[in-house]
Design a protein around this ligand. Structure first.
Ligand SMILES: [Zn+2]
Ligand SMILES: [Zn+2]
Length: 88
């Protein structure tokens, strides 16, 4: 298991790049990114470069590092993360 990742599935999702789209925001096959702040996000494929910070990795359900402002209320969020759009 790689450091910083709950499991190899997360690492594979973050590190996945297809040959056609070096920018993960351009590729519909790229689902998960690691942000510059060290948080994980689901890519929103709306033609821009936005993502939703996630508190849990949907594949395995593990808790992920999340911004302090996201962590408040985490107990209420259940399995699927409460997420806010970030525009980087
Ligand atoms: Zn995991
Ligand atoms: Zn692609």
């Amino acid at each position: 298991m790689a450091a910083g990742y709950c499991c190899d599935d997360l690492r594979e999702q973050v590190e996945f790049r297809c040959e056609d789209h070096p920018d993960p925001y351009d590729c519909a096959d790229n689902l998960v990114i690691k942000t510059e702040r060290g948080y994980f996000g689901l890519i929103i494929h709306d033609g821009g470069s936005s993502h939703l910070v996630i508190q849990f990795f949907p594949w395995c359900g593990s808790r992920l590092p999340s911004p302090p402002e996201e962590r408040r209320g985490a107990a209420m969020s259940g399995w699927w993360p409460r997420a806010e759009p970030l525009h980087s």
